[in-house]
Design a protein around this ligand. Structure first.
Ligand code: HEM
Length: 168
């Protein structure tokens, strides 16, 4: 086989994920898109969003960061970050801290074939109104979509966020 000539950079290969992370390879990388927020108690709104799922081959964990901005003006909105810990049995534990000060411990499951992750809050901390949060993610046709629902002290579990993102 012909070798690359002097000065030709080697092609960059994405690092092989840790075996615990490999079933969630469908999520890894950077995604950008748009979403819509709503809730019975607020006016609906549109937002732009970027998600990053990163990993190191030696760690059984995915680092997660999210940032959002107003679709119309680009002004920053909500941001959050955390760690996703998949287990070989198909269960997953996720911790997320939000720019509002709220902290979540989420438990759920993933399906590597269907490319889905579903999470329910086991703990919502430092929240004045929020009682429960669910998150459902799916990758289909190369696009990542999710729905976030929440229950508050006044309102039962209802959708708050829906978004569709493309890998960048
Ligand atoms: C409103 C929680 C994510 C933008 C609210 C309210 C709560 C809440 C409790 C007030 C609802 C009420 O008064 O009945 C959450 C939680 C989130 C989340 C738990 C994540 C799991 C986001 C994101 C954005 C956002 C990602 C922006 C992209 C808004 C806006 C309002 C709102 C604009 C209405 C205005 C306001 O009350 O500030 N959210 N939110 N939220 N949220 Fe979220």
């Amino acid at each position: 086989m012909e070798s690359a000539g002097a000065g030709t950079p080697a092609p960059t290969q994405p690092p092989v994920p840790h075996p615990a992370v490999a079933p969630l390879a469908f999520l890894l990388g950077k995604w950008r898109g748009e979403g819509e927020g709503s809730f019975p108690t607020i006016s609906s709104f549109r937002y732009g969003e970027e998600l990053l799922f990163s990993h190191h081959p030696s760690k059984p964990v995915i680092s997660y960061t999210q940032k959002t901005w107003k679709a119309a003006s680009g002004e920053p909105m909500h941001a959050e970050s955390g760690y996703w810990r998949p287990r070989p049995d198909g269960s997953i534990e996720v911790v997320i801290v939000q720019s509002t000060g709220l902290a979540e411990v989420q438990k759920g499951s993933y399906d590597a074939e269907k490319k889905t992750v579903t999470l329910q809050s086991e703990l919502v901390g430092n929240a004045s109104k929020v009682k429960q949060i669910t998150r459902a993610f799916q990758v289909a046709d190369g696009e990542l979509s999710y729905v976030v629902q929440m229950a508050t002290i006044t309102t039962s579990l209802q959708p708050h966020l829906k978004a569709l993102l493309k890998r960048i």
